[in-house]
Design a protein around this ligand. Structure first.
Ligand code: HSE
Length: 309
């Protein structure tokens, strides 16, 4: 294989009660990347389409993660990247995670799959860290593995694919304002009230149990964030109104996607996700902020090869 084109899904991370440790891909939306093997060693970004990201290989998360991978495997080739950036940087749906995951996945394919997708996570994380200034795998792991992924630990790496309930869908609204992950981490308190920790832990445990027992009611009462949402929601216009509407219409949960400003709601069934999309669109049309909405089944798919030569 000399050339590979891959699709890398956007991702919802945190998923309410799983700050930094839970995420899933949005299969209806993502970036594309073409990676070519070259005889000349080294990395080069030949083209960036869509949203602007650096061409400098030391500043682009895709090439930084690629370098981390290539530190660990000997190859006589170089690689050229053509990146189609559909996910806006700073949107809360895993833009840097997609770049970081896509490049290592593509290079691994071109080298004949020496690594498993799970093994690629640490390299992708090593790239993503330059944009978010903190090591977390809750975007890159679901992008690479697909499904609802729990990051139990990054060192040593313990990553778990959780069971999925049938018929789970997700609605996402991405207001086109930029919230840098580094900033939305900075505004989080250094110390947290013990009661909030207790409630977060109990919700996270409830969520895991609900997936194993197929208990939608328990899932609904567990999809809550006691720690982060209250601080970050100020960065998101109409967050409370959107959340209230999603819950009123019957969503199983609604919270901030990643570090924001995107908001997600989880539903049982696609029809409800569509109804929510209609109503939340009306709310956001009252602002002068541009936005996009997406609906995606929560499935076990992740990054994939679209084409190869
Ligand atoms: N878990 C991270 C955060 C996701 O919420 O800061 C951002 O990429």
């Amino acid at each position: 294989m000399k050339k590979v084109k891959v699709f890398i899904p956007a991702t919802v991370s945190n998923v309410a009660c799983g700050f930094d440790i839970l995420g899933f891909p949005i299969m209806s939306f993502g970036d594309e990347m073409v990676v070519r093997k070259t005889d000349k060693k080294g990395l080069k970004i030949t083209k960036v389409k869509g949203y602007d990201v650096p061409l400098d290989i030391t500043k682009n998360v895709a090439t930084v993660s690629a370098m981390k991978l290539l530190d660990d495997i000997k190859t006589d080739y170089g690689f050229e990247f053509e990146i189609t950036k559909n996910i806006i940087p700073g949107s809360g749906i895993g833009s840097s995670g997609a770049s970081a995951a896509g490049s290592v996945y593509a290079i691994n394919k071109l080298l004949g799959d020496p690594f498993s997708n799970k093994e690629l996570i640490k390299y992708a994380m090593g790239g993503e860290v330059i944009s978010s200034v903190s090591e977390h795998a809750d975007n890159v792991a679901p992008a690479l593995l697909g499904g609802l992924v729990m990051v139990k630990s990054i060192n040593p790496q313990q990553i778990i694919n959780l069971p999925l309930l049938p018929d789970l869908f997700c609605f996402i609204i991405n207001p086109k304002i930029q919230v840098k992950t580094s900033y939305s981490r900075e505004i989080l308190p250094a110390k947290i009230d013990m009661n909030l920790v207790t409630s977060q832990v109990s919700n996270f445990g409830g969520l895991i149990h609900s997936l194993h027992t197929k208990d939608y009611d328990l899932l609904k009462s567990s999809l809550k964030d006691s720690i982060v949402e209250q601080h970050r929601k100020k960065l998101i216009p109409k967050f409370d109104e959107v959340k209230e509407k999603c819950i009123e219409l019957g969503a199983l949960g609604c919270s901030i996607s990643g570090s924001g400003p995107s908001i997600f709601a989880i539903t049982k069934g696609e029809d409800l996700a569509k109804k929510i999309e209609e109503e939340v669109t009306k709310i956001y049309q009252e602002t002068n902020i541009e936005f996009s909405t997406y609906i995606s089944k929560i499935s076990s798919e992740g990054v994939s090869v679209i084409d190869s030569e």
